[in-house]
Write a protein that binds this ligand. Structure first.
Ligand SMILES: *Cc1c(COP(=O)(O)O)cnc(C)c1O
Length: 409
């Protein structure tokens, strides 16, 4: 028989969201009248804004008047120009168009990017973290087996704790690749300029590469906080950045994102010569990907139009109002809550020292509310719980009220 990729066998069984789905389905079967409120999965709940819908309609009509075949490799200039101007130049960062690679998602990008690096590279992740970073490296064979705590051999885990404001600094040892995500999923924490400057200094002195996931940059409320790692001096020599239209503009089902690979970021070949990662990624992207549809890139460009920017900002504000209510409501009820100020996630300590999954069950039983167990994002998430702000104000208010009642305050 044909051999499989055995590294897949190392992956932890029972992926987080299927297990949540299974428990919720079982509960609903036993309690058919319970109206369960889901504050679990991080997915948008508001429809696409009018400016984006108009752009989609117009682009569809254009498709009927001339052939739009394969688009330019790495994305249409109209979209890359808007990105370079609004996401970078407006914040004092100079990024060239051939450093931007339009894609169909940051999940894909954050999973695919490891392909251009040697399988022998070491890596670090903050713990807890977005599961894609670890799992894709396990699949590639860059790790050993997981130990009984769920930590894979060959990965350096940097615990994100209350003591370090859930924004750990760089490791003491040298590693080749560092995954960072700010604003963070799942902790809702945001990195300061000082924190990112530490990372950039570390990467430069260790010849390491930072893979920076900024999927939630639009949720940052304080203009002083960095939205891009390239706002940190020297980062264009050591970092790759991923940004997505998914959360900022409701594109989770529409699919558009981009990865920025500055030409100055270098890796080393077996013979010791410096090689531009931009050239490698360009090769990878053009070999394995045939670009995001024209209509979708037009829709993404509309996010930067004056109307599109204003309307999507309103949506972000709507979710952030939910975050404010959850953080305030649960805080008043005596829970220890974190995040939620620059991110659509609230990270809470489970009451009474309950395990993440025990609290999941209690919350479902007593309050009919679904959240996400922190332990599903990494061993250091044990004893914590993620509440998402992606829902309606009404459901959020109702959920807070039920949690207060269910947990005796
Ligand atoms: C939602 C999310 C993404 C976005 O993924 P897309 O594939 O662009 O929808 C990326 N990183 C993190 C941490 C996320 O939570």
């Amino acid at each position: 028989m044909t051999r499989i990729n055995d590294h897949y066998q190392k992956l932890q069984a029972g992926y987080l969201f299927p297990e949540i789905g299974r428990r919720v389905a079982a509960f609903q079967q036993d309690n058919p009248d319970a109206a369960v409120i889901k504050l679990g999965i991080g997915d948008v709940t508001l429809p696409l804004v009018p400016a984006i819908i108009e752009a989609l309609h117009a682009a569809v009509d254009e498709m009927g008047s001339q052939a739009y075949g394969y688009g330019p490799e790495n994305g249409y200039p109209f979209l890359k120009e808007a990105i370079a101007q609004h996401d970078y130049a407006a914040r004092g960062v100079e990024i060239a168009l051939d450093e931007i690679f339009v894609s169909d998602g940051s999940k894909q990008d954050s999973g695919n990017v490891q392909e251009i690096f040697d399988v022998g590279n070491t890596l670090c992740v903050t713990d807890p973290s977005y599961p894609v970073y670890v799992d894709t490296n396990v699949m590639a064979g860059r790790t050993g087996d997981a130990d009984e705590t769920g930590r894979f051999q060959g990965i350096t885990y940097l615990p994100a704790t209350e003591d370090n404001a859930f924004t750990p600094g760089p490791p003491n040892e040298r590693v080749d690749l560092a995954y960072l995500c700010s604003p963070n999923n799942p902790t809702g924490a945001v990195a300061t300029k000082e924190n990112l400057a530490q990372w950039v200094a570390w990467a430069r002195s260790n010849d390491a590469v930072i893979l920076f996931d900024a999927a939630y940059d639009a949720f940052i409320q304080d203009p002083e906080l960095p939205r891009s790692i390239f706002e940190i001096e020297g980062a264009t020599e050591c970092a790759i950045e991923m940004r997505s239209f998914s959360k900022r503009a409701g594109f989770t089902g529409t699919r558009c994102a981009y990865m920025t690979v500055p030409k100055a970021v270098m890796g080393r070949s077996a013979s010791g010569e410096a090689v531009s990662l931009n050239a490698l990624w360009s090769r990878r992207h053009s070999t394995k990907f045939n670009e995001v549809p024209y209509v979708i890139q037009k829709a993404a460009a509309a996010v930067f139009s004056p109307d599109g920017a204003a309307q999507t900002a309103e949506q972000v504000a709507y979710y952030m109002e939910n975050a404010r209510r959850i953080r305030g409501g649960l805080g008043d009820a005596g829970f220890a809550v974190f995040g939620g100020e620059h991110a659509p996630y609230i990270w809470m300590r489970t009451p009474g020292g309950a395990s993440s999954w025990d609290f999941f069950d209690q919350l479902l039983e007593r309050s009919h509310v679904v959240g996400t167990p922190g332990s599903g994002f990494g061993p250091a998430g044990e004893g914590y719980f993620r509440i998402s702000a992606f829902n309606s104000h009404e459901n959020v208010d109702e959920a807070i009220e039920r949690i207060r009642k269910g947990f005796g305050s």
